[in-house]
Design a protein around this ligand. Sequence first.
Ligand SMILES: [Zn+2]
Length: 272
Amino acid sequence: MSARDLVESSYSDPQQRARFLAAASPHSGDWLLALPITACGIRLSDEAVRVAVALRLGCSVCVPHSCRCGSLVDSQGLHGLVCKQAPSRIIKHHALNDVVARAIQSAGTLVTKEPVGLTRLDGKRPDGLTLIPWQGGKSFTWDVTVVSTLAASYVSSSARSAGAAADLAASRKEAKYTSLTNSYIFQPIAVESHGAFSASSLSFLTTLGERLTGTSGDLREMSYLFQRLGHCTAFQFGFDTRELCFRALHRLKDIFTFCNFNDMLAMLSRGQ
Ligand SMILES: [Zn+2]
Protein backbone atom coordinates (compact mmCIF):
# COMPACT_ATOMS: atom_id res chain seq x y z
CA MET A 1 0.00 0.00 0.00
CA SER A 2 1.38 3.41 -0.95
CA ALA A 3 1.82 6.17 1.60
CA ARG A 4 -1.04 8.08 -0.01
CA ASP A 5 -3.37 5.08 0.16
CA LEU A 6 -2.40 4.59 3.79
CA VAL A 7 -3.27 8.19 4.68
CA GLU A 8 -6.46 8.11 2.61
CA SER A 9 -7.69 4.93 4.24
CA SER A 10 -7.08 6.37 7.70
CA TYR A 11 -9.79 9.00 7.20
CA SER A 12 -13.26 7.84 8.15
CA ASP A 13 -14.80 11.28 8.54
CA PRO A 14 -16.18 12.45 5.13
CA GLN A 15 -15.02 16.02 5.70
CA GLN A 16 -11.44 14.99 6.45
CA ARG A 17 -11.39 12.60 3.54
CA ALA A 18 -12.83 15.18 1.13
CA ARG A 19 -10.27 17.75 2.27
CA PHE A 20 -7.41 15.30 1.75
CA LEU A 21 -8.59 14.26 -1.72
CA ALA A 22 -8.97 17.90 -2.77
CA ALA A 23 -5.53 18.81 -1.44
CA ALA A 24 -4.00 15.90 -3.35
CA SER A 25 -5.85 16.59 -6.61
CA PRO A 26 -3.96 17.85 -9.68
CA HIS A 27 -2.88 21.51 -9.47
CA SER A 28 -4.87 22.26 -6.29
CA GLY A 29 -1.68 23.20 -4.49
CA ASP A 30 0.12 24.97 -7.32
CA TRP A 31 -0.45 28.37 -5.69
CA LEU A 32 1.94 27.28 -2.93
CA LEU A 33 4.73 27.27 -5.54
CA ALA A 34 4.03 30.78 -6.83
CA LEU A 35 6.72 33.36 -6.20
CA PRO A 36 5.28 36.13 -3.98
CA ILE A 37 5.69 38.96 -6.50
CA THR A 38 3.55 41.99 -5.71
CA ALA A 39 3.94 43.53 -9.17
CA CYS A 40 2.45 40.38 -10.72
CA GLY A 41 -0.47 40.37 -8.29
CA ILE A 42 0.47 36.99 -6.86
CA ARG A 43 1.72 37.98 -3.44
CA LEU A 44 -0.43 36.80 -0.54
CA SER A 45 -0.38 38.57 2.80
CA ASP A 46 0.73 36.58 5.84
CA GLU A 47 -2.87 36.49 7.05
CA ALA A 48 -4.14 35.23 3.69
CA VAL A 49 -1.56 32.43 3.74
CA ARG A 50 -2.45 31.55 7.35
CA VAL A 51 -6.14 31.16 6.53
CA ALA A 52 -5.58 29.40 3.21
CA VAL A 53 -3.21 26.83 4.72
CA ALA A 54 -5.46 26.30 7.75
CA LEU A 55 -8.43 25.57 5.50
CA ARG A 56 -6.34 23.27 3.34
CA LEU A 57 -5.19 21.28 6.38
CA GLY A 58 -8.40 21.49 8.41
CA CYS A 59 -6.95 23.56 11.24
CA SER A 60 -8.79 26.19 13.25
CA VAL A 61 -9.14 29.51 11.45
CA CYS A 62 -11.04 31.69 13.90
CA VAL A 63 -12.94 31.81 17.17
CA PRO A 64 -16.55 30.61 16.69
CA HIS A 65 -18.87 33.57 16.13
CA SER A 66 -22.09 34.63 14.41
CA CYS A 67 -22.06 35.59 10.75
CA ARG A 68 -23.90 38.71 9.65
CA CYS A 69 -26.44 36.37 8.02
CA GLY A 70 -27.22 34.90 11.43
CA SER A 71 -25.51 31.54 10.92
CA LEU A 72 -22.88 30.20 13.28
CA VAL A 73 -19.29 30.29 12.02
CA ASP A 74 -17.35 27.45 13.59
CA SER A 75 -13.63 27.47 14.32
CA GLN A 76 -12.84 26.07 10.86
CA GLY A 77 -14.54 29.02 9.17
CA LEU A 78 -16.26 26.90 6.54
CA HIS A 79 -19.44 28.94 6.63
CA GLY A 80 -17.62 31.78 4.88
CA LEU A 81 -17.30 29.57 1.80
CA VAL A 82 -21.06 29.09 1.43
CA CYS A 83 -22.55 32.22 2.98
CA LYS A 84 -24.87 33.96 0.51
CA GLN A 85 -23.93 37.33 1.98
CA ALA A 86 -20.18 36.89 1.58
CA PRO A 87 -19.03 39.36 -1.10
CA SER A 88 -15.88 37.30 -1.36
CA ARG A 89 -17.86 34.87 -3.54
CA ILE A 90 -18.27 37.56 -6.18
CA ILE A 91 -14.64 38.62 -5.90
CA LYS A 92 -13.42 35.06 -6.40
CA HIS A 93 -15.64 34.58 -9.43
CA HIS A 94 -14.45 37.77 -11.11
CA ALA A 95 -10.82 37.09 -10.28
CA LEU A 96 -10.94 33.61 -11.80
CA ASN A 97 -12.77 34.88 -14.86
CA ASP A 98 -10.18 37.61 -15.28
CA VAL A 99 -7.35 35.07 -15.23
CA VAL A 100 -9.09 32.83 -17.79
CA ALA A 101 -9.89 35.73 -20.13
CA ARG A 102 -6.34 37.10 -19.96
CA ALA A 103 -4.84 33.66 -20.57
CA ILE A 104 -6.98 33.03 -23.65
CA GLN A 105 -6.06 36.47 -24.94
CA SER A 106 -2.37 35.85 -24.25
CA ALA A 107 -2.67 32.65 -26.25
CA GLY A 108 -3.56 34.79 -29.25
CA THR A 109 -7.35 34.73 -29.26
CA LEU A 110 -9.37 37.90 -28.74
CA VAL A 111 -12.08 37.66 -26.11
CA THR A 112 -14.96 39.65 -24.69
CA LYS A 113 -16.38 39.26 -21.21
CA GLU A 114 -20.11 38.86 -20.56
CA PRO A 115 -20.98 38.78 -24.27
CA VAL A 116 -24.27 40.26 -25.36
CA GLY A 117 -26.54 38.14 -27.52
CA LEU A 118 -25.76 34.85 -25.81
CA THR A 119 -28.38 35.04 -23.11
CA ARG A 120 -30.19 32.03 -21.74
CA LEU A 121 -33.96 31.96 -21.38
CA ASP A 122 -33.58 33.31 -17.85
CA GLY A 123 -31.58 36.30 -19.10
CA LYS A 124 -28.21 35.15 -17.76
CA ARG A 125 -25.19 34.94 -20.01
CA PRO A 126 -21.81 33.23 -19.97
CA ASP A 127 -18.71 34.93 -18.57
CA GLY A 128 -16.77 35.19 -21.81
CA LEU A 129 -16.57 34.50 -25.52
CA THR A 130 -13.74 34.34 -28.03
CA LEU A 131 -14.21 36.78 -30.91
CA ILE A 132 -12.57 34.42 -33.38
CA PRO A 133 -12.94 30.63 -33.76
CA TRP A 134 -11.24 28.54 -31.10
CA GLN A 135 -11.65 25.09 -32.61
CA GLY A 136 -13.48 23.54 -35.56
CA GLY A 137 -14.61 26.93 -36.82
CA LYS A 138 -16.56 27.64 -33.62
CA SER A 139 -16.00 30.36 -31.07
CA PHE A 140 -15.46 29.32 -27.50
CA THR A 141 -17.61 30.51 -24.63
CA TRP A 142 -17.12 29.80 -20.94
CA ASP A 143 -18.70 30.30 -17.56
CA VAL A 144 -16.90 30.23 -14.23
CA THR A 145 -18.42 28.56 -11.19
CA VAL A 146 -16.99 28.04 -7.72
CA VAL A 147 -18.43 25.55 -5.23
CA SER A 148 -17.45 24.59 -1.72
CA THR A 149 -15.80 21.18 -1.45
CA LEU A 150 -17.13 20.71 2.07
CA ALA A 151 -20.65 22.15 1.69
CA ALA A 152 -23.27 19.86 3.17
CA SER A 153 -24.72 19.14 -0.27
CA TYR A 154 -21.32 18.16 -1.72
CA VAL A 155 -19.22 16.65 1.05
CA SER A 156 -20.33 13.04 0.52
CA SER A 157 -19.46 13.28 -3.19
CA SER A 158 -16.19 15.07 -2.41
CA ALA A 159 -15.28 12.27 -0.01
CA ARG A 160 -15.64 9.70 -2.80
CA SER A 161 -13.49 11.37 -5.44
CA ALA A 162 -11.52 14.57 -5.86
CA GLY A 163 -13.30 17.18 -7.91
CA ALA A 164 -16.71 15.52 -7.61
CA ALA A 165 -18.35 18.74 -6.42
CA ALA A 166 -16.80 20.65 -9.32
CA ASP A 167 -17.96 17.95 -11.75
CA LEU A 168 -21.54 18.29 -10.48
CA ALA A 169 -21.37 22.08 -10.83
CA ALA A 170 -19.94 21.75 -14.34
CA SER A 171 -22.75 19.42 -15.35
CA ARG A 172 -25.32 21.93 -14.13
CA LYS A 173 -23.67 24.68 -16.16
CA GLU A 174 -23.62 22.52 -19.27
CA ALA A 175 -27.34 21.83 -18.88
CA LYS A 176 -28.09 25.54 -18.47
CA TYR A 177 -26.14 26.51 -21.58
CA THR A 178 -27.09 23.57 -23.78
CA SER A 179 -28.86 25.92 -26.23
CA LEU A 180 -25.50 27.51 -27.11
CA THR A 181 -23.74 24.33 -28.12
CA ASN A 182 -25.07 24.29 -31.69
CA SER A 183 -23.13 27.43 -32.54
CA TYR A 184 -20.42 27.62 -29.88
CA ILE A 185 -18.09 25.44 -27.87
CA PHE A 186 -19.24 25.84 -24.27
CA GLN A 187 -16.91 25.09 -21.39
CA PRO A 188 -17.71 25.45 -17.70
CA ILE A 189 -14.69 26.44 -15.60
CA ALA A 190 -15.62 24.72 -12.36
CA VAL A 191 -13.30 24.90 -9.37
CA GLU A 192 -13.82 24.03 -5.73
CA SER A 193 -13.06 26.11 -2.67
CA HIS A 194 -10.32 23.65 -1.76
CA GLY A 195 -8.66 23.81 -5.15
CA ALA A 196 -9.94 20.77 -7.06
CA PHE A 197 -11.05 21.31 -10.68
CA SER A 198 -13.73 19.48 -12.64
CA ALA A 199 -12.36 16.94 -15.11
CA SER A 200 -13.40 18.96 -18.17
CA SER A 201 -11.99 22.18 -16.68
CA LEU A 202 -8.65 20.48 -16.10
CA SER A 203 -8.62 19.25 -19.68
CA PHE A 204 -9.42 22.70 -21.07
CA LEU A 205 -6.92 24.52 -18.85
CA THR A 206 -4.23 22.04 -19.84
CA THR A 207 -4.95 22.77 -23.50
CA LEU A 208 -4.90 26.49 -22.76
CA GLY A 209 -1.53 26.12 -21.03
CA GLU A 210 -0.15 24.32 -24.08
CA ARG A 211 -1.43 27.10 -26.35
CA LEU A 212 0.25 29.67 -24.12
CA THR A 213 3.50 27.75 -24.42
CA GLY A 214 3.02 27.62 -28.18
CA THR A 215 2.68 31.41 -28.23
CA SER A 216 5.47 32.38 -25.83
CA GLY A 217 7.77 29.38 -26.06
CA ASP A 218 7.92 29.17 -22.25
CA LEU A 219 7.34 25.61 -21.04
CA ARG A 220 6.27 26.93 -17.62
CA GLU A 221 3.13 28.65 -18.93
CA MET A 222 0.79 25.91 -17.73
CA SER A 223 2.33 26.00 -14.29
CA TYR A 224 1.96 29.79 -14.14
CA LEU A 225 -1.66 29.53 -15.25
CA PHE A 226 -2.59 27.11 -12.48
CA GLN A 227 -0.63 29.15 -9.96
CA ARG A 228 -2.63 32.26 -10.86
CA LEU A 229 -5.94 30.38 -10.72
CA GLY A 230 -5.00 28.84 -7.38
CA HIS A 231 -3.94 32.22 -6.10
CA CYS A 232 -7.44 33.56 -6.74
CA THR A 233 -8.90 30.75 -4.66
CA ALA A 234 -6.35 30.98 -1.88
CA PHE A 235 -6.47 34.76 -1.69
CA GLN A 236 -10.20 34.61 -1.30
CA PHE A 237 -9.83 32.68 1.91
CA GLY A 238 -7.89 35.42 3.59
CA PHE A 239 -9.97 38.25 2.24
CA ASP A 240 -13.10 37.92 4.23
CA THR A 241 -12.50 40.43 6.99
CA ARG A 242 -15.79 42.17 7.55
CA GLU A 243 -14.82 45.80 7.19
CA LEU A 244 -12.90 45.18 3.98
CA CYS A 245 -15.71 43.13 2.52
CA PHE A 246 -18.34 45.78 3.19
CA ARG A 247 -16.18 48.32 1.39
CA ALA A 248 -15.64 45.88 -1.46
CA LEU A 249 -19.36 45.16 -1.74
CA HIS A 250 -20.14 48.86 -1.80
CA ARG A 251 -17.77 49.51 -4.68
CA LEU A 252 -17.94 46.25 -6.63
CA LYS A 253 -20.12 47.49 -9.46
CA ASP A 254 -17.96 50.50 -10.26
CA ILE A 255 -14.74 48.63 -9.70
CA PHE A 256 -15.58 45.78 -12.03
CA THR A 257 -16.84 48.17 -14.66
CA PHE A 258 -13.61 50.09 -14.92
CA CYS A 259 -10.79 48.06 -13.41
CA ASN A 260 -9.22 44.68 -13.58
CA PHE A 261 -8.79 42.51 -10.51
CA ASN A 262 -5.32 43.73 -9.60
CA ASP A 263 -6.39 47.35 -9.87
CA MET A 264 -9.23 46.55 -7.52
CA LEU A 265 -6.92 44.98 -4.96
CA ALA A 266 -4.62 47.99 -5.10
CA MET A 267 -7.57 50.33 -4.49
CA LEU A 268 -8.80 48.30 -1.55
CA SER A 269 -5.35 48.07 0.01
CA ARG A 270 -5.12 51.87 -0.18
CA GLY A 271 -8.40 52.05 1.73
CA GLN A 272 -10.40 53.70 -1.05
ZN1 LIG B 1 -23.23 33.95 6.64
